[in-house]
Ligand binder design. Structure first.
Ligand SMILES: *[C@@H]1O[C@H](CO)[C@@H](O)[C@H](O)[C@H]1NC(C)=O
Ligand SMILES: *[C@@H]1O[C@H](CO)[C@@H](O)[C@H](O)[C@H]1NC(C)=O
Ligand SMILES: *[C@@H]1O[C@H](CO)[C@@H](O)[C@H](O)[C@H]1NC(C)=O
Length: 615
């Protein structure tokens, strides 16, 4: 009999007789459950074990999870206990409500440990007030373009210490965690402008903002993630200080910025409950502070008064027909434990209905719309259901939406929407999502992007990526042009690009050119991380990555979970997961910690099997 099951039968006796629950026994049992979790059924058993632990109360659950994390060696002990203390209440809340074997439970096992098949998208009729009109994207006006800057994932670390060690065992370094890490002591000192192992110092951000301001953009967009990755100890006070510094710098240096909320823009991170969940869990303080900062950045633009209470807003850009809609993508983020509601909502807090009403009004007023958000809707981190619903919205308002703009992955990517995913061709391509890389240098040199934009239609005509090489830098970084989309891809198409809008069809044709010309794909692939530690990508990797570019509806993004996979398969998958997340570095907190623990458990099990066979 499995130990957890055995304990389950004993548990009521223990509580009846008033015997204290023994954390050590449960730690061993849950660790065994992790090791035995090799398919969907055993993942449900693991959840069952965790639910039993939760029956003993919130702090008992935290003790057991912390013990399991320690055994696994997934992180330093203080990181284990810090993350679990921060997110434990959310895990407790979700586990208590979870029903084993439900859509929610399977989605959980699929998303977080890759052990269930991804459940099929649940059909949902989006409430469109009118049918799709026959109009299509307007042609470019031919007027001189304006410049719009896009930057993302700044993650400034206010505790960054020049001269401290970049060689540490924590998720971020360049802090004097121990005496040996201190400036003057360490043989691996961080420079004054940042290091690839660390979130950046404040002065790197100021340098970037100065470079942006010197280009004199019409306005900027910022797709979120202000706070640093010290996720095991970050507090509300620290996040508020981070908001003050980063939004303060935007106000003083950049002026007009339209921004979106990121998964790090609250403490604990990732947790953005809907109003179905008790309000004690709600980061209302983050929403309120951001709303105030956003009002200031848009010069108290009255149109922003359509702000929603959960970090979303819609604003008409002054004296134009451009509407910018910023939405909270964390409701659709697989690492938001509060999304695993029982049953899962079709439209968390009605944000999709709100998007539809804003888009519908924009369509009636002949406005064009930019949708900005943190997490790309086609990304592997996005729930399939919500990705599909969002994509239906993009499809319905094809002629109104000029573009979608995201961050989060830290890498330079894009995603195309199609009216027909069975036939993904240039003439079924309906929407273009731009994913801008990060300022934080943990997955490539710090970077920002300048779009050339039609001042009438607000279509993107080109973009240029800027980077700064901060390696061994003693003097102020030089922000230089890295590549231009038009130059890099326009001449490589079967029908060379003649100028005008970089339409979804253009980008589809870029993906076709990449299929035919591996050198072109490899150039794109290297640009993802701005040439930094470019992982090898050949064969299936190439076709899967191209498929991901064509996967704004995430169920078609080719990030697949092998059904009922065996131990060996899971090994491969864990390696794959680590590989994929390594250059991205955007995952932090409890959920990725569970993934790591599961991975460590599978290694431990392999070791035991090996030793048994030696016997
Ligand atoms: C930052 O804090 C100062 C001092 O409390 C305040 O005056 C300022 O408005 C804040 N700035 C932002 C952008 O929050
Ligand atoms: C960045 O600078 C370092 C040190 O000067 C140099 O070794 C490296 O090649 C540079 N990287 C790029 C991408 O230019
Ligand atoms: C895409 O490629 C097709 C086929 O070569 C071509 O007919 C079409 O004009 C191209 N569209 C764009 C925008 O490049």
């Amino acid at each position: 009999m499995k130990q957890a099951v055995l304990l389950a039968t004993l548990a009521p006796l223990a509580s009846l007789s008033g015997v204290q629950a023994n954390a050590d026994i449960w730690i061993t049992a849950i660790w065994d459950d992790f090791k035995e979790a090799v398919d969907c059924a055993s993942c449900q058993a693991l959840l069952g074990g965790l639910k039993l632990v939760a029956d003993f109360g919130e702090s008992f659950l935290q003790d057991v999870l912390t013990g399991v994390c320690d055994i696994s060696g997934a992180e330093d002990s203080d990181v284990c206990s810090g993350i679990i203390a921060a997110e434990g209440p959310a895990v407790y809340y979700s586990l208590r409500n979870l029903e084993l074997g439900s859509h929610t439970a399977k989605t959980f096992c699929s998303n977080l440990v890759g052990l269930c098949d991804y459940p099929a998208v649940r059909p949902y009729n989006l409430p469109f007030p009118s049918p799709k009109p026959k109009t299509s994207r307007p042609p470019p006006s031919g007027k001189p373009p304006i410049k719009v800057v896009h930057f993302s994932d700044t993650h400034v670390d206010l505790f960054y210490e020049t001269g401290s060690s970049f060689d540490c065992t924590k998720p971020i370094c360049c802090r004097a965690y121990t005496e040996d890490d201190a400036p003057g002591k360490t043989s691996s000192p961080c420079g004054p402008w940042g290091n690839a192992k660390c979130d950046p110092p404040r002065q790197l951000q100021q340098s970037m903002m100065n470079a942006i301001a010197s280009l004199d953009p019409a306005f900027s967009i910022y797709t979120g993630d202000v706070a640093a990755h010290d996720v095991w100890e970050i507090t509300k006070a620290e996040v508020l200080e981070d908001f003050n510094v980063t939004y303060g710098a935007m106000e003083s240096t950049l002026g007009l910025v339209y921004a979106a909320i990121g998964n790090h823009d609250a403490a604990p991170l990732n947790l953005f409950p809907t109003t179905n969940i008790p309000s004690t869990y709600n980061p209302q303080w983050a929403y309120d502070t951001l709303t105030t900062a956003w009002q200031a950045l848009t010069s108290n633009n009255p149109a922003i008064s359509t702000a929603k209470e959960y970090g979303s807003y819609s604003a008409l850009h002054k004296n134009t027909k451009l509407r910018i809609i910023s939405y909270n993508s964390m409701f659709y983020y697989k690492y938001n434990f509060f999304s695993y509601e029982e049953p899962m909502a079709f439209d968390p807090d009605g944000q999709l209905a709100w998007l539809i009403s804003e888009l519908s009004a924009a369509e009636s007023a002949s406005e064009r719309v930019w949708l900005i958000a943190h997490i790309p809707s086609g990304n592997a981190d996005h729930f399939h259901d919500y990705s599909h619903y969002l994509d239906q919205i993009v499809e319905r308002y094809e002629a109104t939406i000029a573009g979608l703009f995201f961050g989060h992955t830290h890498t330079d990517e894009f995603q195309i929407s199609y009216s027909d995913y069975e036939h993904r061709t240039w003439d079924t391509a309906t929407g273009m999502g731009y994913v801008a890389p990060s300022m934080t240098p943990t997955s490539g040199p710090p970077s920002f992007r300048v779009y050339e934009v039609d001042p009438v239609t607000f279509a993107v005509l080109d973009f240029t990526q800027f980077i700064a090489n901060i390696t061994d830098l003693k003097t102020e970084p030089q922000w230089v042009e890295y590549y231009s989309a038009k130059k890099a891809y326009g001449s490589k198409l079967e029908v060379p690009f003649q100028g005008g809008e970089l339409t979804p069809a253009f980008w589809h044709n870029v993906t076709v050119a990449m299929e035919k010309d591996d050198a072109l794909f490899q150039e794109f692939w290297a640009r993802r991380t701005r040439g930094f530690e470019v992982p090898g990508c050949e064969g299936d990797c190439v076709s899967n990555e191209i498929c991901a570019l064509r996967g704004a509806d995430a169920q078609y993004n080719c990030v697949e979970i092998t059904p009922g996979f065996s131990f060996e398969k899971r090994e491969e998958r864990s390696v794959l997961l680590e590989k994929r997340s390594q250059p991205e570095c955007n995952h932090a907190g409890m959920a990725p910690l569970l993934v790591k623990i599961a991975h460590r458990a599978s290694l431990a099990r392999e070791m035991e099997c090996y030793m048994e066979s030696e016997w």
